[in-house]
Design a protein around this ligand. Sequence first.
Ligand code: FPP
Length: 253
Amino acid sequence: MITKEQIASKHLPGHIAIIMDGNGRWARQKGNPRVFGHKNGVAAVRDTVEASAELGVKYLTLYAFSTENWNRPRTEVDALMSLLVTTINKETKTLMDNNVRLLAIGDLESLPANVAKNLKAAIEKTSTNTGLNLVLALSYSARWEIVNAVKKIAADVAAKKFVVNDIDNEIFSNALTTCNIPDPELLIRTSGENRISNFLLWQIAYAELYFTPTLWPDFRREHLYAAIADYQGRERRFGKTSEQISENVNAKG
Ligand code: FPP
């Protein structure tokens, strides 16, 4: 069993992103409707947020609702939206107690008015907190975000803010909904599916990927520690050789 102390004493990922998957299967296995899985997924969210804040992780991004999730049955979409509102309202105090700042990425204008309103209020209330940044990806998909970024950049070129040749990684990153948020270093997906599902495609260029069979409602801090320990055991080369990386480490002493 990996302890919090073992994790925190080593290099922590500054940004962890999670594809929370398996709520529906978890509920079905128990003979319950899918929404029962989403409701129980909230306990996993709470424990993961608390554990990340305690460890000193700076950013935690949760894929809570994708652009494609709008195509689910109306009753499930409505239940997810109302779960979001109740959870945001209920948990704002916990966010304050843990010095967590809430942020959101995605097509936020497509959210129902009451979700947008409550989300905005919680974002404002927590805006001066200085600990963990909790980023909710809502009505988000990476392709939507990338197409949007291209439109913004094209408009800036048309407005002569810069020329086509100026476009580089920085200009592109700044046009994404994640501008000002560092790229994730660790991406976790639960439920045994080995896919990225249109999540942060640009930002995970160098992220370490970690897939676990645990279904999201069963995910707790021990599972997070296991994922971080796995990450800490990996060599991140960013296209360099293993020798170059160890020379660098030795040079730093
Ligand atoms: C994926 O499981 C999960 C979701 C689409 C929703 C996640 C939402 C929560 C955990 C609830 C509230 C979250 C916050 C941040 C307040 P799935 O339905 O795709 O499961 P399946 O693959 O087994 O069908």
